[in-house]
Design a protein around this ligand. Structure first.
Ligand SMILES: [Zn+2]
Ligand SMILES: [Zn+2]
Length: 181
């Protein structure tokens, strides 16, 4: 933006050595190639979303355009046919009904669609890696000298089976359509 040229006044015949942005003063060395002129010209220009031309301050698609693009290619499932957790921005709900209820409580409008989720379940404690971690500061192969590994394995196996930690992750491949909900 407002590009100025830097010339070595003792060797003016060499032409400009570098450019700088008249707004922020960032220097673009012409030694680094001719595209530097383009970079200098673009420096400090407002950065806009190529999708909707909104001034975002960063290059690339804005959040809304990014979402719209994902929506385009996602599998669309009517809310009536979807069961399970859904994701809206950073919020997760255990069902579409819970989401609707919450929005009604808050008197907030419903989105046209929300994202489905995938789930991962914690497998529990891994005895070997836990022990390796614990014995990090012991001699090499100390793990082979642990007394009664079988007892520990059996205990942890039974304990692992009691665990029920399930995590839900936004699944951008599945859009749940709320229009008719
Ligand atoms: Zn600049
Ligand atoms: Zn956009």
């Amino acid at each position: 933006m407002n590009v100025k040229e830097l010339v070595d006044t003792t060797r003016p015949d060499d032409g400009p050595l570098a450019l700088y942005c008249g707004k922020c003063g960032s220097v673009y060395s012409l030694k680094a190639g001719l595209q530097m002129r383009e970079y200098a010209e673009k420096c400090c220009l407002p950065k806009r979303c190529p999708g909707c031309d909104k001034d975002t301050g960063f290059s690339g698609l804005c959040h809304d355009c990014h979402d719209a693009k994902r929506f385009e290619v996602a599998t669309k499932v009517p809310a009536s046919e979807y069961t399970g957790w859904v994701a809206v921005g950073d919020d997760y709900f255990d069902s579409v009904a819970s989401l609707i209820e919450r929005r009604q409580d808050e008197d907030a409008p419903l989105p046209k669609y929300v994202w489905g989720t995938t789930e991962t379940t914690w497998d529990g404690l891994d005895v070997e890696s836990a022990l390796e971690n614990e014995l990090e500061n012991s001699f090499e192969d100390a793990i082979d000298h642990v007394t009664d590994m079988d007892e520990l394995r059996a205990f942890v196996k039974a304990w692992n089976e009691k665990q029920s930690i399930t995590s839900y992750w936004c699944d951008y491949k599945t859009a749940v359509i709320l229009d008719e909900a």
